[in-house]
Design a protein around this ligand. Sequence first.
Ligand SMILES: NC(=O)c1ccc[n+]([C@@H]2O[C@H](COP(=O)([O-])OP(=O)(O)OC[C@H]3O[C@@H](n4cnc5c(N)ncnc54)[C@H](OP(=O)(O)O)[C@@H]3O)[C@@H](O)[C@H]2O)c1
Length: 313
Amino acid sequence: MLLLTGATGLVGSALLRRLVAEGAQVRCLVRDPRRLGAQRVRVQIALGDLTDPPSFRNALRGVRTVVHLAASIRDQPQGSIEELNGIATWRMVQAAEKAGVERFVFFSVLGASIHHRARFFRAKALAEQAVEEAGLDSIVFAPSIVYAPGDPWLTVLERLALLPVMPVSGRGRALYQPIWAEDVADCVMAALREPDGERRTEPRREADRREADRRASGHPGRYELAGPETLSHNDIVRVVLGSLNRRRPLVHVPTPIVSRSLRLLERVAGPNAFATWDEAELMEVPMVSARGAADVEGLGVEPARMAAVLGVG
Ligand SMILES: NC(=O)c1ccc[n+]([C@@H]2O[C@H](COP(=O)([O-])OP(=O)(O)OC[C@H]3O[C@@H](n4cnc5c(N)ncnc54)[C@H](OP(=O)(O)O)[C@@H]3O)[C@@H](O)[C@H]2O)c1
């Protein structure tokens, strides 16, 4: 039995489709099973919440592998970013160890560090530490920005593109290697199939060299998931505008104005705010891997370019 958290999310839904198609026995820890759509009849459901540790115990019964994707880039009424991403992961790992789970797959973020300026990156760094220090076989994925057509982030950009000018928070120069959620799900499937981290598609010697590099970098089961191209925030906005066939001048809104306005909006609109400063800040911090797409390709996945996925050119 495999426990999947975050099955209703961007990566989770793509991964769940693949697991179900392969006939895997899957249990999903969800807040609202209706959000699983048609898949809810093909999986076991464990009602749970990241802020409710007793729900982890029930969900983990008889589980050998956990794929922990559930996370949040904004505060929720029941839990802060730190609780939802950091403390909840630590609790999930503890519960998994107690339940006799063999393998724990965790999604961190590219560039996670306890010294990072963004709360989300600090919380993920602590979570990653908890996973790596646990007595479980672990695999950590650290993705750059993950996207899919119609996802909440691209939807915000599409709505902004209705304005006569395209507002961009800050200077828009931070760099990313966006990766399509479908490619991310393929990477997870490949890593689950090859628990020892060996590669199928590479010549043996090359696979050995990469494995040695990764061991030297600290954690052998850590994959940086980066797409095939390095794009600035400005470039990404231009790709999205291109996919909508809209020409708009980019207007850079100074960061202090964005942060003050979004904090005010959050105070007024609460959890329903269309964007928060914690989310907008993520587009000001680079998320690039020095290895580029090597880890993705090493898993046998040829990552798609963002423009191709969004149907530009
Ligand atoms: N997307 C990116 O650009 C990106 C970049 C780097 C790392 N990551 C990491 O990659 C993983 C997958 O990301 P994603 O983009 O697929 O995430 P996502 O689309 O935002 O989905 C988040 C998932 O977490 C669940 N969740 C949120 N709060 C919860 C709570 N309190 N209790 C239980 N479940 C809760 C959501 O369930 P509901 O349906 O109930 O809301 C949803 O299934 C995450 O760990 C994320 O931090 C993502």
